[in-house]
Ligand binder design. Structure first.
Ligand code: SF4
Length: 455
């Protein structure tokens, strides 16, 4: 008889989502564990068998230890991080994802609206100024992910098409601020040699709405404007029965894959993410990783996998009573560990301090993780969802955290091609060195450093 385990559902039991895919496996744990230990490629059932042991301390410890060993073999003792800033263009969005509290309904930004909101749209000129200021501090990556503003278009050609056939489009003159075009915004972000990490498949879909353009054409246009790599966000859970609950207005799984394939065809490096811990279960998480692993088999362009714990307090999902919270730390440990074991073709597993905090984050680096995200400087998305782990990190802070767990702190470029071991010298400040303006000067001034210490 097979060894069947189940995880607890976290969503409100009063809501029955009637999922077809349930959190149990017909593969016995020992069989799945042996395959993982022998380095064999895991099936979805194997992955589920390893993922559903959060209430079994012995089995969980075995999975975490194996993932930690696999991490040592695949990437060694280095923990990497990047000097980056987040610079998003707008919170205005016409899609109402139930896990999102970043967006503000786009109609609030219209000139005829008198309703108050605390969102923003940045003009091309404002983006230029903020990007310049960030680059001069020493960052070398700008990550930009934005709401789907109805006036945002790919370029002037796209605007002309949408003026004749408005698909989710309103002219910029109807809004207090003009967000310009994606192409102009990418050019504005591109200060010196800063790496631009932007345009999720969802944004690319917005940038081609109302046309028959391929994703490849859209990404090639953006690459020409200065785009360097693509965040594989907007992925959430790549199983449509989950997307239908949490983000019914977003592109579906097949469309998301097409978008990523278009980015790969344009030869842009990519990341991949999962946003878990809401209505999803362990099988959904492993099915999602199966989509990512297959995509990587075809594209070879994914540099890192980023598990993102759902941050619930200000989200409609939580406020409407559809979920009672987020994942347990036991599930978080297994999410990182099974990512390491299942994704045999992706070298880097990121631990997001924004989602997990420092204490759990450091622990997760010993459950299979090897990258610790970046300095961010201006994190906005998780803060608006009710996250409590701050919005920036310094190099000094990274150095202390990583050496405290006996690992080697290493600053890296976005694509992991450039790396430098960060060393502390007596009375010498610690700062980034890999960017156009990065000369080792700390990213934060004294006041910001003190604010960070008091978190
Ligand atoms: S997740 Fe993105 S697309 Fe969905 S509501 Fe938020 S900003 Fe809009």
């Amino acid at each position: 008889m097979s060894d069947v385990f189940e995880t607890k559902a976290r969503f409100n039991p009063k809501r029955d989502f009637s999922f077809e895919h349930l959190p149990h496996s017909n593969v016995p744990f020992e069989e799945a564990f042996k395959k993982a230990r022998d380095g064999e490629r895991l099936s979805v059932d194997d992955g589920v068998a390893l993922m559903i042991v959060s209430d079994d301390p012995d089995r969980k410890a075995k999975v975490l230890e194996l993932a930690n060993q696999r991490r040592k073999v695949m990437v060694g003792e280095e923990v990497t991080f990047v000097a980056c800033m987040n610079l998003n263009l707008t919170t205005a969005c016409t899609v109402g994802c139930l896990f999102c509290s970043y967006k503000d309904s786009a109609h609030l930004f219209q000139v005829n609206s008198t309703e108050k909101h605390d969102g923003f749209t940045r003009t091309v000129e404002e983006t230029t100024q903020l990007a310049q200021a960030g680059a001069e501090r020493g960052i070398y990556e700008i990550c930009s992910v934005s709401g789907l503003h109805p006036a945002l278009v790919l370029n002037e050609k796209h605007r002309k098409i949408l003026e004749k056939n408005p698909v989710n489009y309103k002219p910029a003159k109807e809004f207090h601020k003009d967000p310009g075009t994606y192409v102009d915004q990418i050019k504005a972000l591109k200060v010196g040699g800063v790496h631009i990490h932007s345009m999720t498949p969802e944004e690319a879909y917005h940038g081609k709405r109302g046309t028959d353009w391929s994703y490849r054409e859209v990404y090639e246009t953006l690459k020409e404007a200065g785009l360097n790599s693509v965040p594989g966000t907007a992925a959430e859970i790549l199983v449509d029965e989950v997307r239908d609950v949490i983000c019914p207005g977003k592109i579906n799984t097949a469309e998301w894959i097409q978008g990523m394939e278009g980015a790969a065809e344009a030869d842009l490096p990519m990341t991949a993410t999962i946003m878990y811990g809401h209505v999803d279960n362990a099988r959904h998480r492993v099915m999602h990783m199966d989509v990512i692993r297959n995509l990587q088999d075809r594209s070879h362009n994914i540099n890192e996998f980023v598990p993102l714990k759902f941050v619930h307090p200000n989200t409609p999902l939580f406020q409407l009573g559809m979920v009672d919270g987020s994942s347990t730390s036991s599930e978080d440990e297994l999410m990182i560990a099974v990512s390491r074991l299942f994704l045999d073709n992706i070298k880097n597993i990121q631990v997001s301090w924004v989602k997990y905090g420092d204490t759990l984050g450091k622990h997760l680096l010993n459950c299979g993780g090897n990258d610790f995200m970046g300095t961010l400087l201006n994190e906005e998305i998780t803060q608006r969802a009710g996250g409590g782990y701050g919005s920036f990190r310094s190099f000094e802070n990274y150095y202390d955290m990583i050496t405290s767990i006996g690992r080697i702190p290493v600053e890296r470029s976005t694509d992991y091609k450039l790396k430098r071991v960060v060393k502390a010298q007596p009375n010498q400040p610690i700062g980034p060195t890999l960017g156009p303006y990065a000369d080792g000067t700390p990213l934060l001034n004294e006041e910001e450093t003190n604010a960070l210490r008091s978190l």
